[in-house]
Design a protein. Structure first.
Ligand code: SF4
Ligand code: SF4
Length: 167
């Protein structure tokens, strides 16, 4: 947990009584404009298993390196020419194994930091403030999963690929 998120958790969350969310399948969060879907080690393994591909092959076909903090690089999904996610094909082609970044939307820490940030994000996601009521505990479960899902660094991926080649 980051220092900022610890501070934000000291305030009483505005979503104590839950929040409404129901995806309207507009596809906005899966493409249309440049962005990054970062992958953690858990995401990478889940996607490789779902696609029945080695880490080497999955990374070559579906991934790119994204600049991260302090000059490091982490693993992210490629985009198509129109900026849609590489795994988008009239829906998420890997929905059952989709990255935690995707499955925890829209309960990312910074999105639910305040009522203002939630409403601001709701201008771009028509599913927010619609659909079923997500309880405080469900929202917290997603927020924590999002925070714990650290993107995997390039060196770690290369090490996994090296270990894989020795099997
Ligand atoms: S932007 Fe919101 S409503 Fe649209 S696909 Fe994403 S989660 Fe669903
Ligand atoms: S992995 Fe699936 S859910 Fe996530 S952005 Fe890509 S298409 Fe959308």
């Amino acid at each position: 947990m980051t220092e900022n998120s610890q501070n934000s958790q000291k305030k009483e969350p505005f979503y104590l009584n839950g929040l409404h969310f129901g995806c309207q399948r507009c596809s906005f969060c899966c493409g249309h404009s440049p962005g990054f879907v970062y992958l953690s080690e858990r995401d990478l393994k889940a996607l490789c298993s779902f696609k029945k591909l080695s880490v080497k092959d999955f990374v070559e076909q579906y991934c790119r390196w994204a600049d991260y903090y302090y000059g490091t690089q982490v693993l992210a999904l490629k985009e198509q020419k129109n900026y849609d996610c590489i795994l988008w094909n009239s829906g998420c082609s890997c929905y059952e194994a989709r990255p935690v970044q995707c499955s925890t939307w829209p309960f990312w820490s910074w999105m639910i930091e305040s009522k203002e940030s939630w409403e601001d994000c709701a201008k771009e996601c028509p599913g927010m403030n619609k659909g079923r009521l997500w309880t405080f505990d469900e929202i917290e479960e997603n927020r924590i999963a999002y925070e714990k899902n650290i993107p995997i660094h390039k060196e770690e991926v290369l090490k996994i690929i090296e270990e894989e080649s020795q099997l």
